[in-house]
Ligand binder design. Structure first.
Ligand SMILES: *Cc1c(COP(=O)(O)O)cnc(C)c1O
Length: 449
């Protein structure tokens, strides 16, 4: 088989997979998972036919996939892939660019620079900010928080790059009681142990209680959230950030999915004041429905991010907007390209319509669940619905039964020390009929319980 034939075969298999995505069980059945044993082979001593490798991948792998690219996957706020973004990604595989800087790939550098401008425009963040296209909100959060600490230390006269942390003035980090686990991970990687985090009390809905905000000073990083992962709620940016600024603190906003509310007029007010922060992280692969893995580290002081992430061999030649100097990666895929393609294909109106439709569908879902006997636990502000059944045992059993049905999938969480269920509406494929089908299924399950 020639390279061209192999690629045609891959394209045909991908097309067939996508054509069947609506009918596919949302979580793979046990037989398909058992079929993954086909991959349990010895490392071949000699080469094998590429066509055979692709056939095995499709034959045993495809049936065992989770249909997260389909319309009724409601887990983890992760969306499907928009056609334009997925197609751009596919062409990019043929390019195989190492998109670290203009020297490696003028095309990637130019398109990612355009994507960066559009991201700042659609999220209405300060236009001079640097945008690094990294792998995940986790990695981009690490990049931003590292830049934050380095900048605060520089203001205190400490050269972090040369002197490191030993003997450095202490930096406090204030996080919400409901901080996302990946921010805690990033801080742990940075050497900020969990015992040293200052936890800001929340208001029972995942927002920091402004009345109980811990003291802030010019050695403090304040981590806020645009979209708490269970409730979808937003911290009170317009109140909290001016207080942080007055104290000389650095504010970082984790907006992995929720920052996209700023692109939708109907809900943008929830995230008002977010533009006052110093740095932000958001994902493409969640609400914008781009393929994994694509996220953004955004920093108001472009030099602060470019300094912290610098990987130029010679400092004096540092190109501040090279992506290798804005992300953790050095050799990298041009992760901004599918984000560019998503924004270009949807346009400003299309992004707003996608976000607003998901918010409406979440409201419809919550109303349906409430009417069939579930307790809805959150103020449904955006696309997240947090709920439980009458007893913890029933809550747990209903999640398992829903997953086993193959019709829908969503995960369990813990809310106020008890099991709860969380559904996220974030796929461009999800229709109102899919929402009604989910409600119908869950109504049947709670009726049985
Ligand atoms: C998903 C999520 C993250 C982590 O994002 P990744 O891209 O998966 O690393 C961080 N914060 C919140 C609120 C999230 O929902």
């Amino acid at each position: 088989m020639t390279e061209a034939q192999l690629m045609t075969d891959a394209d045909a298999r991908a097309a067939a997979y996508l054509a069947g995505i609506e009918a596919r069980p949302v979580f793979p059945p046990a037989e398909a998972v058992a079929g993954l044993a086909a991959f349990d082979e010895a490392l071949p001593a000699a080469g094998t036919d590429p066509a055979d490798t692709l056939a095995l991948l499709d034959g045993a792998g495809s049936p065992a996939t989770t249909a997260s690219n389909g319309p009724r996957y409601f887990g983890f706020v992760i969306g499907a892939s928009l056609p334009a973004a997925a197609a751009a990604e596919r062409l990019m595989l043929a390019w195989d660019q190492c998109a670290s800087s203009r020297d490696n790939s003028p095309a990637a550098a130019a398109i990612e620079a355009q994507a960066a401008r559009w991201v700042l425009e659609i999220l209405d963040l300060p236009r001079q900010s640097a945008v690094g296209f990294g792998t995940s909100a986790t990695a981009c959060g690490l990049a931003c928080l590292t830049a934050a600490r380095r900048a605060l230390l520089a203001r205190a006269g400490w050269d972090f790059d040369r002197q490191g942390l030993a003997g450095a003035p202490p930096i406090r980090v204030v996080v919400s009681e409901k901080v996302h686990v990946t921010i805690v991970k990033a801080l742990r990687v940075m050497g900020v142990g969990t015992d040293h985090l200052v936890r800001a009390a929340d208001d029972g809905q995942g927002r920091i209680d402004p009345e109980r905000l811990p003291a802030l000073d010019d050695r403090t990083i304040l981590c806020l959230q645009a979209g708490e992962v269970n409730t979808g709620n937003f911290d009170a940016f317009a109140d909290l950030i001016p207080r942080a600024r007055a104290a000389g603190a650095w504010t970082h906003i984790d907006g992995a999915f929720g920052l996209w509310a700023r692109a939708a007029p109907a809900v943008a007010a929830l995230a008002a004041g977010a533009e006052l922060a110093d740095s932000w992280t958001t994902d493409g692969h969640k609400w914008l429905n781009t393929p994994y893995d694509g996220a953004m580290a955004i920093c108001r002081d472009a030099g602060a991010l470019a300094g912290a992430m610098n990987s130029d061999a010679v400092y004096a030649t540092a190109s501040a907007d090279a992506q290798k100097n804005l992300t953790l990666e050095f050799s990298r895929r041009a992760r901004g390209v599918p984000i560019w393609a998503a924004l270009r294909s949807l346009g400003r109106d299309g992004v707003a319509a996608l976000v607003e439709r998901h918010c409406r569908q979440a409201t419809r879902l919550a109303a349906g669940l409430g009417a069939t006997g579930f307790e809805v636990l959150n103020d449904v502000a955006i696309n997240q619905v947090l709920f439980r059944a009458g007893s913890d045992a029933a809550t747990i059993a209903i999640q398992a039964a829903a997953a086993a049905s193959g019709e829908i999938w969503f995960g369990r969480t813990v809310w106020q020390d008890r099991p709860a269920l969380r559904m996220s509406v974030s796929s461009w494929r999800t229709t109102d009929a899919d929402i009604d089908r989910a409600v119908g299924l869950l109504a049947g399950l709670i009726g049985r319980g």
